[in-house]
Design a protein around this ligand. Structure first.
Ligand code: AMP
Length: 427
């Protein structure tokens, strides 16, 4: 098959690495890609927001199958446009991508189908939203309805903070994403993510993961796109995974099909686990980043036929095999991230680092210039390792980090602390 992958981050590097290893892959392009992806795929300098340009590239190169990495093109309807042009594409249509593109839509769907989730209300103006906050009390969670690049959720510790957030969102602080606001109950428990591959009618469980959103060790400091992740999430027992499928994922797939917007693609359920079981925090309609990186390290089976089966609606009797080991990703970011940071600093030692057994380095924001690798974003590298335990995976990943010479970068030193504490306790 001739395959085009859309995106340019660590998630796409991991997907490209896995798809390039498939015997089904005859030729692989990635648009726009990055310096690391260039080792696995041919880079195509396309603007993926320009659907006509993507269709033109597919036609010119005989592309059989397109895989979409990030959420923005999905919500913008790139799957609808490519499929209408006769190009098989993996990912949800615009209507199905509303599960991520509109938090209000996802909450209404959950409520209508008795999917466990936080109590909530939707608002189009500040005054009633503030009255609701005052009636409910704090802590309370204020969310912009639309896509806001990870900035659309504020867990407000006081009514004043919730009111200020409501004013910020309704006064256009997040652009069109904040034209509607969802306010919901604050949930307590342990967070985990669960991924399923969907074909419009059914769903195949993939695996669980946990990530670290805060920038500094001990889960302190501002939120980021994710400073590290690991899979599996020890909190997700087989019983909880089954309940997540039965109570959350499958009812969603059935509800989307019933409303004429069948969901095909990766359904990523952000969960809060408490004594009652799993509750849905939010949906994403694609692999997480950096969760995808750890999932791909654990996946033993070929990814390509699974993605094709999801697109073709024939996942029913499909099976995937996984390594029963822990995969861990450490994100190396440019100093200053998630605030202002510089681009263009030189990164050395990547080859030596990648020589450590069961270590893979996925690039998130890099570019090549004159034979050197330069930083080209906030999150720059994902140093990943696979090992029998979280503790060993962590040691292996940091041994690789320590071989990388990049004075312009930093990383957290405690990725998977929770999983390691559980392992230590169990001993
Ligand atoms: P989301 O983008 O909806 O996943 O929200 C980002 C983060 O905000 C989540 O990963 C949680 O840590 C937190 N969060 C969102 N909704 C809630 C909630 N209802 N209760 C507690 N924390 C939440």
């Amino acid at each position: 098959m001739k395959i085009l992958l859309l995106g340019s981050g660590g998630r796409e590097h991991a997907l490209a690495w896995k798809m390039a290893a498939s015997p089904l892959t005859e030729r692989l392009w990635c648009a726009p890609g990055n310096a690391g992806i260039a080792a696995e795929a041919e880079l195509a300098a396309l603007d993926i927001g320009d659907h006509r340009a993507v269709i033109g590239f597919c036609a010119a190169n005989g592309v059989d199958f397109v895989v979409v990495g990030p959420e923005a093109p999905l919500v913008a309807g790139i799957v609808d446009d490519l499929e209408a042009a006769g190009i098989k594409t993996f990912g949800p249509t615009r209507a199905a991508a509303r599960l991520e593109g509109s938090k209000g839509f996802a909450k209404d769907l959950a409520k209508a189908n008795a999917i466990p989730t936080a109590a909530y209300e939707r608002f189009h103006a500040a005054t009633p939203a503030k009255a609701y906050v005052r009636a409910q009390g704090a802590p309370i969670v204020v969310k912009a309805d639309g896509l806001a690049a990870g900035k659309g959720v504020v867990v407000a510790q006081s009514i004043a903070e919730a009111e200020a957030t409501i004013d910020m969102m309704f006064s256009g602080g997040l652009g069109a994403a904040g034209a509607e606001v969802v306010i919901e109950e604050f949930l307590q428990g342990e967070e985990a993510s669960f991924f399923a591959l969907c074909d419009g009618a059914t769903a195949l469980p993939l695996a669980s993961a946990q990530d670290h959103k805060r920038v500094f060790d001990g889960d302190r400091g501002p939120n980021t796109g994710g400073m590290g992740a690991y899979s599996p999430a020890p909190v997700m027992t087989p019983a909880l995974e089954q309940r997540t499928m039965d109570e959350i994922v499958l009812p969603t797939v059935r509800a989307m099909a019933a409303m004429g917007a069948p969901f095909k693609g990766v359904l990523y359920a952000g969960l809060m686990i408490d004594a009652d079981g799993p509750k849905l925090i939010e949906y994403n309609v694609r692999f997480g980043d950096p969760e995808c990186q750890v999932l791909m390290l654990r996946l033993m089976s070929d990814l390509v036929p699974a993605l094709v089966a999801a697109r073709d609606g024939v996942l029913k009797s499909f099976d995937l095999r996984w390594y029963d080991a822990t995969a861990l990703a450490v994100v190396m970011a440019a100093k200053g991230y998630p605030g202002d940071y510089a681009r263009g600093s030189v990164i050395e030692g990547l080859d030596e680092a990648a020589q450590i057994e069961d270590v893979e380095i996925f690039h998130a924001g890099t570019r090549a210039e004159g034979g050197r690798i330069l930083s080209n974003g906030g999150r720059v590298l994902n140093v990943c390792a696979l090992a029998p335990s979280a503790k060993e995976a962590q040691a292996r990943a940091y041994a690789a980090v320590d071989r990388i010479r990049w004075p312009g970068g930093f990383c957290r030193r405690d990725i998977a602390w929770r999983a390691i504490a559980r392992e230590t306790q169990a001993q």
